[in-house]
Design a protein around this ligand. Structure first.
Ligand code: UD1
Ligand code: UDP
Length: 377
């Protein structure tokens, strides 16, 4: 046995945790490396739900989340907090995920100490600086800082090549979200009492919204379209696990709180959530991760955004970008509720985001990288 080195895995939000869990699992199985987990806890309850489900016990927890935190406070908090852990742990590689403030600031902290960075879910782009905001810039800057780039798809790889990232530093692995999803979804999942108020004999529309660029009037229009849909279709139920952000909560409660057949519920744990998606008729969301999960479950998605960094499923026909205009959202959803032919054209299981083995590929490259590094010393 040769000791290859120490890997520090850093993440801070719910989606990062879901997508890093399979990577941590694979890394922990490699005896020749030490895997240390640092959570910035940019999210708290929503993060803890995932840590619990996947049995991840962080070695370091910065516990940064504050109600109504802004981009400055979270970014500087991560930068300074990660700095201290790096000084203590002295890892040989830092692994980050995606496009959050944690991703960018942790990569910068590692760069300042000349520690190499591996970026999981690299190369997603809209090429629009402000959409999604601030994720497009977070991930672009992270690509500049990273040394190993794990791209989910060929298209993501092409985006990186266009930005002069060396071909030999990019690996197309698939998205680790599919690894997590496969471990989680079962055909006859029992929701227990958690969703007891939901009438599964009706058609379920799963709704989530949280994007910063949708805060305010754009989110109002989305919720108005939901009310229009409820007026038009008596056989639908809206299940809306509401993000913990008070900006989203207050608006959702004030506009949808009184409506029958709308279930405003707490963020669900990943297991019931993924299984609920699997039993839904239609998904309306501005989420990034759900654009990857729903297509692999054969669920049509209307994306409540003007841009997407995940065009693969749009091209395949399972996802449609509809924006946030009240009439447009209503018309697109109405069509899928009323027109079975159009619905079935969209409701096909496709898998552009991976085969469920992405994390294994990532761990293998990390081992090879550490091995080569050891040889070079
Ligand atoms: C963050 C990421 C976004 C990602 C999203 C996933 C940034 C700038 N944004 O956005 O890229 O898509 O997470 O959900 O990195 N809150 C709680 N409990 C929680 C989580 C959040 O109360 O467990 C509340 C807090 O008041 C917090 C607020 O939500 O201040 C916003 O959290 P923050 O991480 O800053 O932004 P998100 O909108 O969640
Ligand atoms: N999710 C969850 N519970 C919920 C809502 C979402 O577990 O109540 C999962 C979802 O399946 C996906 C991830 O959280 O894997 C997406 O998180 P979010 O939409 O907050 O972030 P994004 O993907 O847009 O960054």
């Amino acid at each position: 046995m040769v000791y290859l080195g120490k890997v520090l895995v850093v993440f801070g939000t719910r989606p990062e945790a879901i997508k890093m869990a399979p990577v941590i699992r694979e890394l922990k199985q490699v005896q020749d490396i030490e895997t240390v987990v640092l959570v910035t806890a940019q999210h708290r309850e929503m993060l803890d739900q995932v840590l619990q489900l996947f049995n991840i016990e962080p070695d370091h927890d910065l516990d940064l989340m504050r109600e109504g935190q802004d981009l400055y406070s979270i970014t500087t908090g991560v930068l300074n907090g990660v700095r201290e852990v790096l000084e203590k742990e002295k890892p040989d590689l830092v692994v980050v995920h995606g496009d959050t403030a944690t991703t960018f600031a942790a990569s910068l902290a590692a760069f300042y100490q000349r520690i190499p960075v591996a970026h999981v879910e690299a190369g997603l782009r809209t090429h629009n600086k402000y959409s999604p905001f601030p994720e497009e810039i977070n991930r672009t800057l992270t690509s500049r800082l990273a040394d190993l780039h794990f791209a989910p798809t060929d298209l993501n790889r092409d985006n990186l090549l266009r930005e002069s990232i060396g071909d030999l530093r990019i690996w197309v692995t698939g998205n680790t979200v599919i690894d997590a999803l496969i471990q989680t979804v079962r055909p006859s999942f029992d929701f227990g009492s958690e969703l007891s108020g939901v009438d599964f004999n009706r058609r379920i529309i799963l709704l989530t919204t949280h994007r910063r660029e949708n805060w305010g009037s754009r989110m109002q229009q989305i919720y108005q379209a939901i009310l229009d849909l409820l007026d038009t279709f008596g056989d639908i139920e809206i299940v809306f696990p509401v993000h913990k952000n008070p900006i989203v909560r207050n608006l959702a409660e004030s506009m949808l709180g009184e409506s029958k057949r709308v279930h405003l519920i707490e963020p669900l744990e990943y297991e019931p959530f993924a299984n609920l998606m699997n039993q839904s008729y239609l998904v309306l969301t501005d989420s990034g991760g759900m654009q990857e999960e729903a297509p692999s479950l054969g669920k049509p998605v209307l994306v409540l955004r003007d841009t997407t960094e995940r065009p693969e499923a749009v091209k395949a026909g399972t996802v449609k970008l509809v924006g946030t205009n009240r009439e447009r959202v209503f018309n697109e959803a109405r069509n899928l509720l009323a027109n079975q032919l159009d619905y079935h054209k969209m409701a096909r299981a496709i898998n552009p985001y991976g085969d469920g083995k992405a994390a294994g590929r990532i761990a293998k490259v990390i081992v090879e990288f550490l091995y080569a590094r050891l040889g070079a010393q």
